[in-house]
Design a protein around this ligand. Structure first.
Ligand code: SF4
Length: 255
């Protein structure tokens, strides 16, 4: 199969999974009817990933790591920015720690740095980053008011999804950031980040429709801005999600 077709196929499957989860849906020419087609290979890959994740997750506990000795974000950064705990350390250009207000009440979490982030060492730059900044502006937040970070601090090659082993070994860094920042709301961007934060494998659609809480912090889910660039029709759902975020933020802050 030629590389371009492989890439298109992979993108289409990824988008299907972001929206619907592990089921593969195919639209056929009958109005209002969607047929669920079982895809054995795709499902098998997901099963392997889930099992690997379950095994690895036994070794890490949420908010219970050996990083509690680092009392500020700067101290944490100084001690982890040379990390080589997974193979991504060897291929990164820049470690992407996180950016924003260290006392933010709203924290945004994506899955991993892309090419632009890897070059600059800052999360959510480039086209997806600009869109995120615009989304924040639309609900009256400046980028500097919030804190933005990813599950992984280093870029996976060719922007592939983070492997379960990479997610598990890197997420204690993010959890320590959360402990230090103490946000009131976490907004997860995309399925991967949401699955990692909620420790499940639910579809984005399901997670967007539910209320979540993580160690007393309200957690909400919406689309990843990069997915919105590929699928502008998801902007409406994103707009609804972020309006809820703004409403909750105002309620929690008594305004
Ligand atoms: S992705 Fe995370 S665990 Fe892997 S090398 Fe980078 S900082 Fe370390």
């Amino acid at each position: 199969m030629n590389e371009e077709i492989k890439h298109l196929l992979k993108t289409a499957l990824t988008e299907q999974r972001e929206t619907f989860g592990d089921e593969l849906f195919e639209q056929i020419d009958v109005p209002d009817l969607t047929v669920n087609v079982s895809n054995t290979v795709y499902r098998a890959v997901n099963n392997i990933e889930q099992k690997t994740s379950a095994i690895v997750s036994e070794t890490t506990d949420l908010f219970n790591s050996d990083l509690t000795g680092y009392k500020t974000l700067d101290e944490l950064y100084e001690n982890i920015h040379d990390c080589q705990k997974c193979s991504l350390g060897a291929t990164r250009n820049k470690f992407v720690f996180g950016v924003g207000n260290p006392n933010a009440d709203l924290m945004l979490i994506g899955e991993a740095p892309g090419a632009d982030e890897d070059k600059q060492g800052i999360p959510f730059v480039g086209r997806a980053g600009k869109l995120l900044t615009d989304i924040l502006k639309a609900i009256n937040f400046e980028r500097e008011e919030v804190y933005i970070a990813n599950i992984l601090k280093c870029r996976p090659p060719n922007n592939r999804d983070p492997l379960p082993s990479e997610r598990e070994v890197c997420k204690p860094y993010l959890f320590r950031q959360i402990e230090l920042i103490k946000p009131k709301i976490i907004l997860c961007l995309g399925k991967v980040a949401s699955n990692v934060m909620l420790n499940n494998n639910d579809s984005l659609t399901k997670m967007r429709s539910e209320d979540h809480e993580l160690n007393g912090i309200k957690l909400m889910v919406t689309y990843h801005p990069a997915a919105l660039l590929r699928n502008p029709h998801w902007k409406k759902g994103t707009w609804e999600d972020v309006q809820k975020v703004r409403k909750l933020y105002d309620e929690l802050n008594g305004s």
